[in-house]
Design a protein around this ligand. Structure first.
Ligand SMILES: Cc1cc2nc3c(=O)[nH]c(=O)nc-3n(C[C@H](O)[C@H](O)[C@H](O)COP(=O)(O)O)c2cc1C
Length: 195
């Protein structure tokens, strides 16, 4: 794997915990360029994640194969079981497969007049959970795709999103276990409540 988090590093879908000035821990799904020593990610300017990063300059970036946790972090405000991180003053999600504790080194606009900022962060500690990740699963990928469609509902429109969800549901029906079904149900409820 590349040691830098530049364009050649893959964009990995993660769950990022950050802590607000009020001490509340926020979990957010976020695509992260995954280098060995540095992670780069692009939070929208309106997110709590960016606000918290500006205040505290620290985060914990988790890898998880629990697609329900991921979907909840993308569309809601989950509070999974967490414990204190080892180096940064942040929180580790106990059920995550692995995580990296990071310190922000730079926050810049992603591009002029961009809706996102570019965050560079140095890895200062890492850990692994008790459960190794399972391999690839079509239903999990389908639920991830469904969650991104749902998060863009306002721009994509209800008709387009419903049609795509129906297509993705077929993959879930073929290959899901209970967690994947629950994740897809969560997405469908989210969309139904807003259309
Ligand atoms: C697959 C996927 C990838 C996402 N990646 C990003 C991202 O890179 N930046 C971002 O700001 N939000 C991203 N989101 C949306 C956030 O997870 C969502 O807006 C979340 O609520 C963050 O907001 P918060 O920090 O206010 O909690 C993504 C959502 C999905 C489903």
């Amino acid at each position: 794997m590349s040691s830098d988090a530049g364009e050649r590093a893959p964009l990995i879908e993660t769950v990022v915990t950050t802590t607000g000035s009020d001490g509340v821990v926020n979990c957010a799904a976020m695509g992260v360029r995954w280098g060995d020593e540095e992670l780069v990610f692009w939070p929208f300017n309106a997110t709590r994640t960016l606000r918290n990063l500006r205040v505290r300059g620290e985060a914990v970036v988790h890898l998880t194969d629990d697609v329900l946790l991921f979907v909840e972090a993308a569309l809601g405000h989950p509070q999974p079981v967490m414990r204190a991180a080892s180096v940064v003053s942040g929180s580790v999600i106990e059920a995550a497969n692995s995580w990296r504790e990071v310190v922000v080194t730079e926050i810049t606009p992603a591009e002029p007049r961009a809706a996102r900022s570019r965050v560079r962060a140095r890895v200062v500690a890492a850990g692994t959970g008790t459960r190794p990740p399972l391999g690839l699963c079509r239903a999990r990928h389908a639920a991830v795709e469904a969650s991104i469609l749902a998060s863009r509902l306002r721009w994509l429109g209800a008709e387009h999103v419903r049609a795509e969800l129906a297509r993705l549901q077929e993959l879930v029906d073929k290959t899901a276990g209970p967690r994947e079904h629950a994740a897809m149900d969560y997405v469908r409820r989210y969309v139904a409540e807003r259309t």
